[in-house]
Design a protein around this ligand. Structure first.
Ligand code: PMT
Length: 307
């Protein structure tokens, strides 16, 4: 089954050109650099119900975790390839919304649109704009939509990153579908509605984390996320994932409070399970992702020094 998803039928239309862009990015920007190169995955994957897709299954992920973390990795001098769901939140642009139009801009006497220096939103816009220009050459963004597109890109980028060995960090914040419909079982055209119930059989998406951590990029620092809705099973599920895939770290979160707290779960050298809570305090202005990135980079440096 794991090879099935890598059949040409699933290959993203933009795959070759995006992988070429990633090669150019790595050779022109990130080659010989001492800073880590981080692959951040972000957003949910869709599962199409038809080959000519009208309907699909989706999930809750907004891309906030991935896009916000990308900003903090860039601010901490890392290079970032952001593999994100099309239409999900993007670094820097995530701060802009329609409310800004009236408050942050005005038209001057020459009829030019200008940023209002006397408004908080105007100042905010300017500082985000400056940060975007400062960091954009260190960032490459690649979009996916479906689960199979995500897996194709993950494998393709891992293939390029493998030569960066321990200089590469995987930060897997995407919410990847667990089930899909293989092409051979999918309706070619739009499923016609009728009065009868619709039966759809979903098949498990092949597990790729083992390949990633042990074959595609075994020397990299790999961090995966685990989301549960029942907090009582979060740590045991994270521990099971560590035992199974041997990644360096699992970051656990629950749906209801994922914006304010996560737990770092890892194994020490003598295989003892370690848990560290990372949370924003009520009055704290920091975003949780800033705390996560700082905590993660110190674990990474510790790991590098013990290699
Ligand atoms: O986007 P937001 O709204 O900000 O929400 C962020 C988040 C809650 C989605 C994020 O913090 C998170 O928890 N993502 C992982 C969700 C999850 O439970 O994943 P999982 O248990 O299905 O997968 C475990 C890990 O393997 C994840 O890091 C996932 O990205 C990765 N994975 C899973 C399956 C697969 N086929 N390929 C993968 O890379």
């Amino acid at each position: 089954m794991s090879d099935d998803i890598f059949r040409d039928a699933y290959k993203p239309a933009e795959y070759n050109s995006n992988i070429s862009k990633a090669k150019v990015y790595l050779t022109t920007c990130a080659i010989n650099c001492d800073s880590p190169i981080v692959l951040v995955t972000s957003g949910g994957t869709t599962v199409p119900l038809e080959c000519n897709t009208v309907r699909f299954i989706d999930n809750f992920s907004t891309g906030k975790r991935g896009s916000a973390s990308t900003e903090y990795f860039l601010r901490r001098n890392c290079y970032v390839i952001l593999l994100h769901r099309s239409g999900s939140l993007r670094p820097f642009f995530r701060h802009f919304d329609a409310n800004m139009v009236d408050e942050a801009f005005s038209v001057d006497e020459r009829d030019d649109l200008v940023v209002r220096k006397d408004s908080e939103l105007g100042k905010n816009f300017r500082s985000i704009y400056d940060a975007y220009h400062k960091f954009r050459n260190k960032l490459l963004m690649i979009e996916f939509e479906t689960c199979s597109e995500y897996l194709w890109y993950l494998r393709g980028i891992a293939n390029l990153l493998t030569s960066y060995k321990s200089n590469a960090i995987y930060y897997m914040a995407a919410a990847v579908s667990d089930y899909y419909i293989p092409r051979d079982a999918m309706s070619e055209h739009k499923i016609q509605s009728s009065d009868a119930a619709l039966d759809i059989k979903l098949f498990p998406v092949p597990k790729m984390l083992g390949h990633l951590c042990n074959t595609w990029s075994p020397e990299a620092f790999s961090v995966t996320f685990k989301l549960e809705t029942d907090s009582t099973i979060l740590i045991s599920k994270a521990e099971r994932s560590l035992q199974r895939y041997k990644q360096n770290l699992v970051i656990g979160n629950t749906l209801s409070d994922r914006r304010v707290r996560v737990t770092f779960i890892s194994h020490s050298k003598d295989n003892v399970l370690k848990e560290r809570l990372c949370e924003t305090k009520g009055s704290d202005k920091s975003e949780l992702e800033e705390l996560i990135v700082d905590e993660l980079l110190s674990s990474y440096r510790l790991w590098l020094s013990s290699e």
